[in-house]
Design a binder for this molecule. Structure first.
Ligand code: NI
Length: 136
């Protein structure tokens, strides 16, 4: 997201959380708390954007899944109903039992919601996480 004018605000967060952030920034040799918190807010919005936004909007994003590899055919079955939406997939075999898969999607938010709900309804993924940003 492009940085326009900035707003100043005061927020209250647990001291330990701020300390964890400062430790991390120090280890990464980064100096700006504001930049880190801006990035965190951007991620927060991207992870929740799909919940409230206008369903007619066009979005781009990813759906990240971790699941038992014995359930792969069910998950693939669902994906084949969304050929218009899923532009690419990436799959890695985590270990003997589990797979991680990322679906890159481009299309209307309503369609992404349908896909997400259908994957959720399978109840097979231990992780099912959308990350969406608006287009245009
Ligand atoms: Ni696999």
């Amino acid at each position: 997201m492009p940085m326009g004018r900035v707003s100043r605000t005061a927020i209250s967060i647990p001291r330990e959380l701020m300390s964890d952030l400062d430790d991390l920034l120090s280890q990464l040799n980064l100096k700006s708390r504001s930049k880190a918190i801006s990035e965190a807010i951007t991620l927060y919005i991207a992870e929740r954007y799909w919940v409230l936004s206008d369903v007619e909007k066009e979005v781009a994003g990813a759906i990240i899944m971790v699941y038992d590899h014995h359930k792969e055919s069910e998950i693939t079955e669902v994906q084949h109903k969304y050929l218009d939406l899923i532009r690419s997939t990436s799959h890695v075999h985590i270990d003997e039992e589990r797979c991680m898969e990322v679906l890159m999607v481009l299309g209307s938010l309503s369609r992404v919601r349908e896909l997400f709900k259908e994957l959720q309804a399978l109840g097979t993924a231990e992780v099912l996480k959308p990350f969406l940003v608006p287009r245009g």
